[in-house]
Design a protein around this ligand. Structure first.
Ligand SMILES: [Fe+2]
Length: 151
């Protein structure tokens, strides 16, 4: 394997991790969307939906980027959950527990996105780097909103 191929493989592996953690976050957002209760039901029910809708579009683009640079995209709920390393919330969690939990999950995805960005930079893969900058922005916006809810 050439040095270029090695660097590309590292980008693929890091992107696969982002797909897994993003998918796990989508699953957690759904759980929260369905089970949130209390005075902020309407606000959070809608906010969680807005987030998983955005992520669902994004994860498709990330998986297709993996294909475009020669890798295979991970899939299957069990497999993705195993790869993701994101803990799962209890169904009866309070609204505040949900927001705290989702905040951590977004931060985990942000960490995974930063790893891809670094690897893509080394590989001079500007398109992947650009995509990750977009993902960073989206997750930071979500972090801002969830943090503001807790304030
Ligand atoms: Fe719904």
């Amino acid at each position: 394997m050439s040095q270029e191929d090695k660097m590309n493989q590292q980008v693929i592996d890091a992107l696969r991790q982002v797909v897994a953690s993003t998918y796990a976050l989508i699953g957690q957002l759904h759980l929260c969307h369905w089970n949130v209760r209390g005075k902020s039901f309407f606000t959070l029910h809608d906010a969680f939906q807005a987030q998983y809708t955005e992520l669902f579009t994004a994860v498709d683009e990330i998986a297709e980027r993996i294909r475009a640079i020669g890798g295979l995209a991970p899939g299957g709920l069990g497999n993705l959950a195993k790869m993701a390393g994101i803990p799962e919330l209890a169904e009866d969690a309070t609204a505040e527990q949900m927001v705290t939990h989702l905040l951590k999950a977004h931060q985990k995805v942000l960490d995974d996105v930063a790893i891809v960005r670094g690897k893509a930079g080394e590989a001079k893969d500007l398109a992947t780097e650009d995509m990750m900058i977009g993902r960073k922005q989206a997750h930071q916006k979500a972090v801002w909103m969830l943090t503001s809810y807790l304030d």
